[in-house]
Design a protein around this ligand. Structure first.
Ligand code: DX5
Ligand code: ZN
Length: 219
C-alpha cells in the first residue's frame, strides 16, 4: 500500500488547521512538515511550534523533514512537539549515525535524506539504522520545482538495497510529485510520496487532489 504525505509547505498558513483536516479526510497517510533554517537551504520555514499546532489539528502521524544544519541539536524539541518521524539530511551533519540513533532512542522513527547528487552509497551502511530513506527528487528548499528525471534510477537502486538490508524501511520521495510522476516513482520502488503543490495548490480541492494522485498510482 503506497502512502501519501501532503507537505504543508504549499498550504495556506492562515487556514492551516482546516487544510490539515481536509488532507486527513482526503485519505492522507502522513502529514509532511518541511523545516528549513535559511542556512542548509536558502529558505526559512517553520519550527516545533507549527508541528505542535498540526498535532492538535490531526491524528495523522507527523513526518518532519529537517532541512537544517546539525539537526541533532533540535531532535528533542521536535519530538516534544509531537513528531512521529524525523528525517535528517546526510549532508547536514558529520554525525549521521548519532542523529539516527538519537531519533530512535527518543521514540520516533528515524529517516535519512539525500540531495539529488549526493552519493546514494551512504544508505549501504545507514539502512539498518533507518525506518525511512528519503530520495530528494528536487533540490530541497522550495515547493513547486520540476521533478529530476535521473532520480528514478536512484530509487530503483535504493529499492534493491532495501530488499537486501532492511525490508521494513520505507522509501520516500519528495519534490515534483504529480499524477504524471507518481506512477513512475512507485514503479521504481517508492513507498511514500510527498506532495505539496499538487495537493494544496492543485487544480481541485485538497481531498480531490489526493484522490487524483491515488488514481494515477492505481493506473
Ligand atoms: C522541498 C520540500 C518538499 C516540497 C515538495 O524542499 O522538501 O517537501 O514541499 O513540494 P512540491 O510537491 O511542491 O514539489
Ligand atoms: Zn520535504
Amino acid at each position: 500500500m503506497i502512502k501519501i504525505a501532503p507537505s504543508i509547505l504549499s498550504a495556506d498558513f492562515a487556514r492551516l488547521g482546516c487544510q490539515v483536516k481536509a488532507a486527513e479526510e482526503g485519505g492522507a497517510d502522513y502529514l509532511h512538515v518541511d523545516v528549513m533554517d535559511g542556512y542548509f537551504v536558502p529558505n526559512i520555514t517553520v519550527g516545533p511550534l507549527v508541528v505542535q499546532a498540526c498535532k492538535r489539528a490531526t491524528k495523522l502521524p507527523i513526518d518532519v523533514h529537517l532541512m537544517i544544519r546539525e539537526p541533532e541539536r533540535y531532535i528533542d524539541s521536535f519530538i516534544e512537539a509531537g513528531a512521529n518521524i524525523i528525517t535528517v539530511h546526510a549532508e547536514a551533519t558529520p554525525h549521521v549515525h548519532r542523529a539516527l540513533q538519537l531519533i530512535r532512542e527518543s521514540g520516533a522513527r528515524a529517516g535519512l535524506a539525500v540531495n539529488p547528487l549526493t552519493p546514494l552509497s551512504v544508505f549501504r551502511d545507514a539502512l539498518p539504522y533507518c525506518d525511512l530513506a528519503l530520495v530528494m527528487t528536487v533540490n530541497p528548499g522550495f515547493g513547486g520545482q520540476q521533478f529530476i528525471e535521473s532520480s528514478l534510477k536512484r530509487i530503483l537502486t535504493l529499492a534493491d538495497w532495501r530488499e537486501e538490508l532492511n525490508p521494513y524501511c520505507e522509501i520516500e520521495v519528495d519534490g515534483g510529485i504529480s499524477a504524471k510522476t507518481a506512477p513512475q516513482v512507485v514503479e521504481a520502488g517508492a513507498t511514500v510520496l510527498v506532495a505539496g503543490t499538487n495537493i494544496f495548490s492543485g487544480i481541485d480541492s485538497i481531498q480531490n487532489n489526493i484522490a487524483a494522485l491515488r488514481q494515477a498510482i492505481a493506473g
